[in-house]
Design a protein. Structure first.
Length: 269
């Protein structure tokens, strides 16, 4: 049983970017770990050859490739989770680059925070050539700050930087929630009593694309629901969080979150 499994769902990702993502994980992953790539549907033969070369050339973590029938991101993620057998599980997307210290820093952070169940890192937003954008977003570090951020604004953990204790996913897995399956998962974990945090360091070079803003699929009602559920979780952990409700209602009435999402999309161009 590997200590750490890194799962990577892949759908129509450029071969060159996918190879770069896997190579970065081979460098960053501890020896006692595996990289499990889930191909969501057919992949071209040239791309498969590149993947198998990387698989056979890895002298560090093992690289496993599983091809699924086209079933969507959530089904692929859950299938990869079900096939994993590890203490910790991490995520990464197929077009991003893992920084060398990310995984080790997250594992070390868990040792100093034994009550935490899952965590993320900061990300460096880049264009397709990995040139960093001038403006960067900062994710809240502490658990309390994450709950407040989720109650008032948006998802507080960048999904491709997630690392989680595998046992937490025995019951709570991903659900199809209109581009917010990760936020939905975090809320359910918080409601079960699990805590989270973000590292202050960037752990990932995150490629942005003009058509990539999945948050645009979230309508006003869904955003309000996600924030309301986040506030319920925050109140369960910190009774004083109920004071955030008037601020949340005002923000919903003014469509603050939607404006922030569109502003982020514009800044990421």
């Amino acid at each position: 049983m590997p200590f750490l499994s890194i799962i990577m769902p892949v759908y129509e990702t450029q071969v060159s970017q996918l190879a770069e993502a896997i190579a970065s994980l081979i460098i960053a992953a501890p020896t006692d770990s595996e990289i499990h790539i889930g191909l969501d549907g057919p992949y071209d033969e040239a791309g498969l050859q590149v993947l198998h070369r990387l698989q056979s050339s890895s002298k560090g973590p093992s690289v496993r490739i599983t091809q699924f029938q086209r079933s969507g991101l959530v089904s692929t993620l859950n299938a990869l989770i079900e096939e994993s057998d590890c203490h910790y599980l991490a995520r990464q997307d197929g077009d991003d680059v893992c920084l060398p210290q990310r995984l080790q820093q997250q594992l070390e952070a868990f040792h100093s925070r034994p009550t935490a169940g899952f965590c993320g890192t900061q990300i460096t937003r880049c264009d397709a050539t990995l040139k960093p954008h001038q403006r960067q977003r900062h994710y809240p570090k502490s658990f309390r700050a994450q709950l407040i951020y989720a109650s008032l604004l948006n998802n507080p953990i960048a999904h491709p930087t997630l690392m989680i204790k595998r046992r937490l996913l025995e019951e709570a897995t991903y659900r199809p929630v209109a581009g917010a399956e990760d936020w939905d998962l975090y809320i359910r974990l918080w409601q079960e009593g699990h805590r989270s945090f973000n590292l202050d360091q960037s752990g990932l070079l995150y490629r942005t694309h003009p058509q990539q803003v999945t948050q645009q699929r979230r309508n006003s009602q869904l955003l309000c629901d996600l924030k309301s559920r986040s506030l319920q979780a925050a109140t369960e952990h910190h009774r004083s969080s109920r004071l955030l409700k008037p601020v949340q209602q005002l923000g919903n009435a003014m469509h603050v979150t939607e404006m922030a999402i569109h502003a982020k999309a514009w800044l990421d161009r």
